[in-house]
Design a protein around this ligand. Structure first.
Ligand code: DX5
Ligand code: ZN
Length: 218
């Protein structure tokens, strides 16, 4: 089954509770929470206090995507603040395996994220340790950017490795996902699709979510 994770980066931050409930009602599976530090990426979004507040308001799975340098310094705090899944960029730390263990020891699911240019070899030796692999299909930092189709080759290779090794991690795609690009992602082996602008910038969230989820059937 394909899961849809609306990114609240495209929500109205002054009405976050309302905008989270709205996508929950519209059939979302996860809430994707984009943390940006102004260092790893050229933008600043929101962080720990916002996550704790949101945790009080929803039981949905909070899928926290850390776009921050040195995630090792913050992962426990994000789990304590209510993250169910924590993903971090392998480009942002020298200690990928250790950070995965930190997240799991703190009690959350753990995943790694690759920028569009980062090869799969960067995570080849931790595939058995991850609950999720997130492949970026834009350069992280902003919502509303264009999907980079070249990443589909990497997605296909990742799905093949997963099958070969009989592993069960989720494969998530983030950036420029809409009903059209979702079809490519699903056909190449993704099972979780993040979408920000393609959901929040439309009037009917349920229709947007359904059209992305069912993209492969049209
Ligand atoms: C980009 C973020 C994404 C972003 C996606 O740096 O990680 O999650 O919100 O937005 P769209 O779906 O508009 O590309
Ligand atoms: Zn994201």
């Amino acid at each position: 089954m394909i899961k849809i994770a609306p990114s609240i980066l495209s929500a109205d931050f002054a009405n976050l509770e309302r905008d989270v409930k709205a996508v929950e009602m519209a059939g979302a599976d996860y809430i994707h929470f984009d943390v940006m530090d102004g260092q790893f990426v050229p933008n600043i979004s929101f962080g720990l206090p916002v996550l704790s507040s949101l945790r009080q308001k929803t039981d949905m799975v909070l899928d926290v995507h850390l776009m921050i340098d040195r995630p090792e310094n913050f992962v426990e705090a994000f789990v304590a603040a209510g993250a169910d899944i924590v993903t971090f960029h392998v480009e942002a730390t020298n200690h990928v395996h250790r950070v995965l263990q930190q997240i799991k020891a703190a009690g959350a699911k753990a995943g790694v994220v690759l920028n569009p240019h980062t090869p799969l070899s960067a995570i080849e030796h931790v595939l058995e340790d991850v609950d999720m692999v997130l492949l970026m299909t834009v350069n992280p930092g902003f919502g509303g950017q264009a999907f980079i189709p070249g990443v589909m080759k990497k997605l296909k290779q990742l799905a093949a490795l997963k099958a070969e090794q009989n592993l069960s991690f989720e494969i998530e795609i983030d950036g420029g996902v809409n009903a059209e690009t979702a079809k490519l992602c699903i056909e190449n082996g993704a099972n979780v699709l993040v979408a920000g602008s393609a959901i929040y910038n439309t009037p009917d969230y349920a229709e947007a979510i359904t059209s992305i989820r069912n993209a492969a059937h049209v």
